[in-house]
Design a binder for this molecule. Structure first.
Ligand SMILES: Cc1ncc(COP(=O)(O)O)c(C=O)c1O
Length: 411
């Protein structure tokens, strides 16, 4: 538990303190067996994480970025292709696409969920693509490239609207690779099966990051691909290990992208707590909602009835965001911005040819989003203080804006 005066944005110390003995045991086992790469710790974690996600397969890899890259490559995405994703995401989503040789095409987000807007996906396909009947695939008319994948991101631990996205993808026979890097354990109500499905189990594959700050975080780097497609999993196993299924028989040029055994052992220990941590995050989100529901000037995250978000981040929207953030920092409250510059406006993606105004919902959100402290163990008193300081910060901004307007009117 952290104190009430200083409330960090995230607390990575407490869970490791609580699990210290079990985590140290993982190191000891690896040292005793010199089992650092592959072996039973990786296989056991993969088995358990697949079971947690409700998939038949899980392949541990070295990061979420590699998980995305390998999933895309195994699904056949490569040179000269297009993959459709969103601009409101961490840069790794687009990095992984470009690392396959493909090009990112962005579509705008939904103002409520901040995730891919299926209507914008459909609009892109219907207005900017054509079906090449001879080749049997969809082509982006302007770019002359095959549309080879759709990559929805379950950002902030909030599932994207998968029913609609999967329905569009199926219509055009395009594989869906879920970027579930922030959404371990998030659930979505699948109309198809009439049941709740975990993030990472709905598309052709799901990509997870185990970066330390994630809901399931390693003590270092790590990632995983989940899938129900055995062939895809086999290919990813080869891609992560220099293109070999059998030692020194390299059937393709692969990568060194394995999950460390020690990290797998640590992740297995933490996986036992993930459902509880997810429930705590949801409880904290409910408390924030109660505390902030009447605060004018704060837009709260919306959770559609088809979603059970796991609140990797609790993202509100406020005007004068920088001022509000500074006010909270002065009050000892840590916050974050995820993400301040949409990818289509980043220097790294200038060559894609986008400009300001191309994705108005995403651009408007980028100016207002503010991530509040959120982690299992965040206390009621701490949340009460965050809510009260946030209310004060926002009303100060509103009062000074009104004073400026009145002042301007009097001259
Ligand atoms: C949405 C998203 N995609 C991809 C990644 C990449 O994961 P990693 O940092 O493990 O490579 C992250 C991690 O920050 C992420 O948040």
């Amino acid at each position: 538990m952290t104190g009430i005066d200083q409330i960090p944005f995230v607390d990575l110390i407490s869970p490791h303190r609580e699990l210290r003995a079990e985590l140290v045991q993982v190191f000891n086992t690896a040292l005793d067996n010199a089992g650092f790469i592959g072996g039973p710790m990786v296989a056991t974690f993969e088995h358990d994480f697949a079971a947690f996600c409700g998939t038949s397969q899980c392949v541990g890899v070295s990061s979420g970025t590699d998980a995305l890259r390998f999933a895309l490559m195994a699904a056949g995405v490569g040179d000269g292709d297009v993959a459709v994703t969103v601009s409101n995401t961490f840069t790794a989503t687009a990095e992984a696409i470009s690392q396959t040789g493909a090009r990112s095409v962005f579509v705008d987000i939904d103002a409520g969920t901040h995730n891919m807007d299926p209507r914008k996906l459909e609009e892109y396909i219907e207005s900017h693509c054509r079906v090449d009947r001879d080749a049997g695939y969809l082509v982006d008319r302007r770019l002359g490239r095959r549309v080879a994948a759709i990559v929805p991101v379950h950002l902030y631990g909030q599932p994207a609207d998968m029913n609609s996205i999967l329905e569009i993808a199926e219509r055009y026979n395009i594989p869906v690779i879920e970027d579930a890097c922030q959404a371990h354990g998030a659930e979505y109500y699948s109309k198809d099966s009439g049941s709740w499905k975990k993030a990472g189990s709905m598309g052709r594959a799901g990509a997870f990051s185990f970066y330390p700050g994630k809901n399931l975080g390693a003590c270092g780097e790590g990632g995983a691909v989940t899938t129900n497609d055995n062939k895809l999993a086999e290919k990813i196993r080869m891609l992560r290990d220099h293109g070999q299924a059998q030692k020194y028989h390299h059937d393709m040029a692969g990568y060194n992208g394995r999950l460390d055994a020690i990290q797998a052992g640590i992740l297995k220990v933490k996986l036992g707590h993930l459902s509880n941590w997810g429930a705590q995050r949801r409880h904290c989100a409910k408390r924030y909602r109660e505390l902030l529901k009447s605060t004018a000037g704060v837009v709260l995250p919306m959770e559609p009835p088809w979603a059970k978000a796991v609140y990797h981040l609790y993202v509100v929207r406020v005007e004068n965001r920088e001022r509000v953030q500074q006010y909270l920092a002065d009050a000892g409250i840590g916050t974050g911005i995820h993400y301040p510059i949409p990818l289509h406006l980043q220097k790294a993606y200038r060559s894609l040819g986008y400009k300001r105004g191309d994705f108005p919902v995403c651009e408007a959100a980028a100016l207002e989003i503010l991530s509040l402290p959120m982690y299992p163990g965040l206390g009621h008193e701490q949340q009460r203080r965050v809510a009260s300081e946030l209310g004060a910060a926002v009303s100060l901004g509103r009062t000074s804006a009104m004073a400026m307007a009145v002042g301007a009117g009097s001259y």
